[in-house]
Design a binder for this molecule. Structure first.
Ligand code: C2E
Ligand code: MG
Ligand code: MG
Ligand code: MG
Length: 292
């Protein structure tokens, strides 16, 4: 009897397993097809300088327009793409598309807005990573100052010297680099020493309760203070309320990103709103910045 039940459980287990595997396989094939049929899109979310209210950059965020499942968010397919290696092609596509976006911004007179590309650790670690950035810029006829890249802490753990060399080469090219989701990884603060990056992004998980949770507030204040002492700028992501924004502004955070200011949007919509606002987004609840 116990044996019987055991066997049934096993059957259920394998059936669930194979269903999960089949689903993943289907997703992998769909993603391949999406890349072949231009079903992928980048949406762009403004990052605003707290002093001038100018949009200094726009972060590109992948979206997948699926025929049956609608618009799929990156959390639903980036981890899988990383496992299957499809992230390499995805990133190449994103880089080329970000360069086109930069051209579109320039064409509309939005010359100083950098386009940010998220770079997965797998892509960063490739030997020809810097070369692939150089190539993308060259093919698009753009200076390095057109782009900014975001990397995560995890990638610094693997091989710091190699990472430092690559980041320094990007800086030579004129790109800005940021450390994304800062504080969520496992890297020691010591890693920040002598790291040729320009910005640190405070992760949304610290911002969400920043006003009510003393620990989140302290961590954020600590990150800002440390970053400034190291000569780095600080960006806060995931700002949804005026209270969060006010707290961060009061604590000298430099740049702001979140639904409160603007949601990620397709390039045409972004250009329309940036053009209408003279490339500025007023900080809700804050006194107006000088308009010159
Ligand atoms: P991330 O790089 O930390 O991007 C910020 C995420 O926060 C985005 O989610 C953005 O839509 C979301 N966000 C921005 N403001 C707010 C807010 O006020 N409230 C809330 N609740 N969310 C906000 P998204 O677009 O779903 O992307 C999730 C993650 O997927 C990204 O996190 C990034 O790690 C990854 N990702 C997105 N696009 C790419 C890409 O082109 N390449 C790679 N390698 N990863 C990407
Ligand atoms: Mg990012
Ligand atoms: Mg982020
Ligand atoms: Mg994040």
């Amino acid at each position: 009897r116990a044996k019987q039940e055991g066997r049934n459980t096993w059957h259920l287990y394998t059936r669930d397993m194979s269903a999960a595997i089949a689903k993943r396989l289907a997703l992998r094939n769909d993603l391949q097809q999406a890349m072949d049929t231009e079903a992928l899109e980048l949406h762009y979310q403004p990052i605003v300088d707290g002093h001038t209210c100018r949009v200094v950059s726009v972060e590109s965020l992948l979206r997948w327009r699926h025929p049956e499942r609608g618009l799929i968010q990156p959390s639903q397919f980036i981890p899988l793409a990383e496992e299957t290696g499809q992230i390499i092609r995805l990133t190449e596509w994103a880089l080329a598309t970000a360069c086109q976006a930069s051209h579109a911004l320039r064409k509309h007179g939005l010359l100083d807005v950098r386009v940010v590309v998220n770079i997965s650790p797998l892509y960063f670690q490739r030997a020809d990573f810097v070369q692939s950035i150089r190539r993308a810029l060259q093919e698009a006829g753009l200076p390095g100052t057109a782009l900014e890249i975001e990397i995560t802490e995890s990638l610094l753990l693997a091989n710091k010297e190699e990472a430092v060399t690559k980041l320094a080469e990007l800086r030579e090219l004129g790109l800005y680099t940021s450390i994304d989701d800062f504080g969520t990884g496992y890297s020691s603060l010591n890693y920040l020493k002598n790291l040729p990056v320009d910005k640190i992004k405070i992760d949304r998980s610290f911002v969400t309760d920043i006003v009510t949770d003393a620990a989140d507030a302290a961590i954020s204040q600590g990150i800002i203070s440390m970053a400034h002492h190291l000569g780095l700028k600080v960006v806060a992501e995931g700002i949804e309320t005026e209270a969060q924004l006010a707290f961060l502004k009061r604590n000298h955070c430099d740049e702001f990103q979140g639904y409160l200011l603007a949601r990620p949007a397709p390039m045409e919509a972004l250009i329309a709103s940036l053009s209408a606002g003279n490339c500025r987004i007023a900080l809700p609840g804050m006194p107006d910045a000088p308009t010159s």
